[in-house]
Write a protein of this length. Structure first.
Length: 172
């Protein structure tokens, strides 16, 4: 499956990797990008973008911003490890990022444009990696992860949040 072994990533990323049906990393990145944008653009009415199913939960706009922020961080990790940088990288506190992102003050079209730019950049970066680079590993958030696995984590992360939005935000 996806040319990955269980030793290629920490177990806590299994949920994201298992969301991805496509076995090609680049195709998975493109497919999840297109599916996610199409899904978000078809949410009506637009007021739903700021809906929270519980007061302490993120809005849909904040989820989109979170996906963008997380992708930038994951892509940075992939770049470092693909370039054989062995420096362990720390984790990030996603709630702290969302608390200050001001996503609800932005237009969804602006957030989606940013998502597309970030994802297209991620795709170009992964396309540039040699077989050796894509197979390299590094330490992030206390666990060893292969560059290839990071590509599937990025795809699966967007798919995961798309499912959360469907299940928890759009039932009303």
């Amino acid at each position: 499956m996806k040319n990955l072994q269980e030793t290629d990533y920490p177990a806590y990323y299994s949920n994201y990797i298992n969301q991805v049906e496509n076995s090609d990393c680049i195709d998975a990145l493109e497919e999840s990008m297109n599916d996610f944008v199409n899904f978000i653009e078809n949410i009506v009415p637009a007021e739903k973008y700021e809906y929270r199913y519980q007061p302490e939960k993120w809005s849909i706009k904040e989820i989109v911003q979170h996906i963008i922020d997380a992708e930038r961080i994951f892509a940075y990790r992939a770049l470092r490890f693909a370039r054989f940088d062995k420096t362990p990288l720390s984790s990030f506190e996603e709630n702290d990022y969302v608390d200050v992102c001001a996503a609800d003050k932005r237009e969804m079209s602006d957030l989606l444009q940013e998502f597309l730019l970030v994802r297209k950049s991620t795709i170009k970066m992964f396309e540039s990696f040699s077989d050796e680079m894509i197979s390299n590993k590094g330490i992030a958030s206390g666990g060893e992860v292969k560059v290839l696995a990071i590509g599937f984590i990025i795809s699966g992360h967007a798919i995961h949040h798309q499912k959360v939005i469907k299940e928890r935000y759009l039932k009303n």
